[in-house]
Design a protein around this ligand. Structure first.
Ligand SMILES: NC(=O)c1ccc[n+]([C@@H]2O[C@H](COP(=O)([O-])OP(=O)(O)OC[C@H]3O[C@@H](n4cnc5c(N)ncnc54)[C@H](O)[C@@H]3O)[C@@H](O)[C@H]2O)c1
Ligand SMILES: O=c1ccn([C@@H]2O[C@H](COP(=O)(O)OP(=O)(O)O[C@H]3O[C@H](CO)[C@@H](O)[C@H](O)[C@H]3O)[C@@H](O)[C@H]2O)c(=O)[nH]1
Length: 329
């Protein structure tokens, strides 16, 4: 699918999801250039592609990258993504997620690179009015992180109208799991995501997992989320990229497994996968957490033929555990 050996610029390609994307792009024979400032990513996750260390806000660097490489499309994973932190430090989020993205789009328009794939999020919906959530569900983010992602989506629509920028905004639900090779996986410091924390508790690296809230209006009182394997996410990006090369229009797609699991269910499944008892402490709710987030991903399945390979959470957690064991060995 890349006859001219053009490049894809992957911004944030040294991060969790970006590194899985780079791997699939390399396998699909793309030249890959990665721009990452390693603020939350790591060189250890880069297996292939050419890493340029720098930040999106560096206009000179962006000009140089677009001049030096024959970039056919940009995939943009770079952002801060901790909901709680965004509430306390909103400007940090607007600066990194929105202002820096303006620089990127500006440089793309200057260099006539007009294909873009954006990491959006379920956080653009806010508190759901109906489950499963479809793409036309009202967008009412409940935190600055979601606001920055929605602002970028709106900016993309305006850039399509003004400059013909064609984009796919992919609204991920909860990314989870790791490449089965065990060479790349989730690696954040501090870690805030449920599954890696649960696995740390299973291996005894932390004393317990704290469950944030047991009084939600769900069957067992804990929050329900839709966990989608990181390689299935990356696969969806490849489909979206090919659709843009085929002349497809700009589009917005949800990416989820369409199944919901409560926090307690996640812990039970992790106990099964790891064979360990996981100590649990019940704590208060975390600010800004909706009770239930489950996607409808019918749109991307119907339009682009996306078929997620990891169809249940046990398989997903098994890949995360494989990665975790390699990290601690
Ligand atoms: N992990 C999830 O469950 C999830 C869910 C929905 C959306 N998302 C979105 O997906 C994207 C990737 O998430 P992730 O979990 O892989 O995060 P991550 O923190 O692992 O990766 C982000 C990468 O971007 C880099 N980066 C950040 N700001 C930068 C800048 N200004 N210039 C250059 N590089 C910069 C970081 O160093 C890191 O390598 C983010 O945009 C996030 O908002 C993630
Ligand atoms: O130590 C922990 C960590 C998390 N949780 C709960 O586990 C669930 C999942 O939390 P987490 O893994 O932190 O993911 P989310 O907060 O759901 O957010 C992820 O998924 C969203 C989309 O659904 C994205 O927008 C975010 O970027 C991404 O981090 C939530 O109910 C949390 O309250 C706990 O109970 N204890």
């Amino acid at each position: 699918m890349n006859p001219k050996k053009k490049s894809v610029l992957v911004v944030g390609g040294a991060g969790y999801i970006g590194s899985h994307m780079v791997r699939q792009l390399v396998e699909a024979k793309w030249n890959v250039v990665i721009l990452d400032n390693l603020s939350t990513g790591s060189r250890q996750l880069v297996h292939g592609g050419q890493l340029v260390q720098g930040r999106l806000g560096d206009v000179g660097l962006l000009d140089q990258l677009f001049s030096d490489h024959d970039v056919a499309a940009v995939m943009h994973f770079a952002a801060f993504s901790q909901v709680g932190e965004s509430v306390d430090q909103p400007l940090k989020y607007y600066r990194n997620n929105l202002a820096e993205t303006i620089n990127l789009l500006d440089a793309m328009v200057r260099h006539r690179v007009l294909r873009f794939i954006f990491s959006s999020t379920a956080a653009v919906y806010g508190e759901p009015e109906a489950i499963p959530i479809t793409e036309n569900h009202p967008r009412q983010p409940t935190n600055p992180y979601g606001n920055t992602k929605l602002a970028v989506e709106r900016m993309l629509a305006d850039c399509d109208a003004a400059f013909g920028l064609k984009y796919a905004a992919l609204r991920y639900f909860n990314a989870a799991g790791a490449d089965p090779s065990g060479e790349i996986g989730e690696m954040h410091d501090p870690e805030t995501h449920l599954i890696p924390i649960v696995l740390k508790a299973a291996s005894g690296h932390i004393n317990n997992i704290q469950v944030f809230g047991t009084d939600y209006p769900t069957t067992d009182g804990t929050c329900i989320r839709d966990y989608v394997h990181v390689n299935d996410l990356a696969q969806a990006h490849l489909l979206a990229l090919n659709a843009l090369f085929d002349g497809g229009a700009s589009a917005v797609y949800n990416l989820g497994s369409s199944s919901g699991y409560s926090v307690k269910e996640v812990i039970r499944i992790a106990e099964r996968v790891t064979g360990k008892k996981i100590p649990v402490v019940e704590g208060p709710r975390r600010l800004g957490d909706p009770a239930v987030l489950v996607a409808s991903s019918e749109k991307i399945k119907n339009r682009l033929g996306w078929v997620p390979v990891y169809d249940d959470l046990e398989k997903i957690i098994r890949t995360a555990w494989n990665w975790h064991l390699k990290q601690i060995s």
